[in-house]
Design a protein around this ligand. Sequence first.
Ligand code: A2P
Length: 345
Amino acid sequence: MSPQSSAPAAAAPAPVVAIVGATGAVGVELIRCLEQRRFPLSELRLFASARSAGKTLLFRGAALTVRELTEDSFRGVNVALFSAGASTSKRFAPLAVRAGATVVDNSSAFRMQADVPLVVPEINPQALRGHKGIIANPNCGAIIAITPLWPIHKVNRIERLILSTYQAASGAGAAAMEELRESTRAYLEGREYAHKVLPHPYAFNLFSHNTRVDPATGYNDEETKVREETRKIFGDPQIRVSATCIRVPVLRAHSVAITLECERPISPDEVRALLRNAPGVKLVDDPQRNHFPMPRDASGQDAILVGRIRQDISDPGGRSIALFVSGDQLLKGAALNAVQIAEVL
Ligand code: A2P
């Protein structure tokens, strides 16, 4: 053995990490996830718009000052976690890469680019290999719907998915969460409330997801994202997906009712066995007590709750299963998944 090969390898220095959009609903959860998971970093830098410059946020007991994001913000940054909307990502993520950082982007800006990995670490961590500086964090509804489906897909390919989402306010950001709180208070007190963030009255109501409807297909952008991203993450461009995405008056956990059709017959017991010890998933499936996944229970949890597992009786071939999931949109749907990607990196 040569003297060089027997010498211990020098440990890589802990990275400098930046959060872009640190003051947002996902941004504050990114800070919390880095802290709770003891992410090894030498420095954390927080960025947001000029409106937030000078604010302080706590990290590991220290008050960190939020800075305005500028073109020079990425000097010396090794990992940049972006959650400030697609237009900010489009403009600043390439600058971060040019400055030498690896970007994990929570927006939709780069997700469907062929040279950008779209990653759920429980499903396709291998996609990170050979990345070109930007890694995309998938759509929150897609992550929550498909993480529990992967163990099934691996052993009995899912050919078709029909799903309906019940999406929380957090998916539209901190201002939408505030609109839900404020409009609910106003409703209960009999006051008028002029909605500003979402396109319809939110208290005691629900409505079709607030994205553009494609006149050619009738599907809105959120529904199209779920379809296309499922295909990319599963590496299965043939899987047939039809989604209906609905915004519901829940603060921070998305739920999804899913009917899946496999290649071969499959039973509810097989599905339970596949999901019992699956990573990132927790079975909540107790028909006796009528206890199934609820957004209230999923809020603040890393695991996606899955239950109501039953044979879809409309399929006489026995190849279809119906189930229901709830997952914290801000955690596994966004911040946690991004930090898990950074950990794999
Ligand atoms: P700010 O709080 O200063 O507006 P949310 O998804 O909860 O709405 O949060 C969006 C996040 O993105 C916030 O931290 C927000 O900062 C940040 N942000 C929005 N626009 C920009 C921008 N042009 N440059 C940097 N950060 C931005």
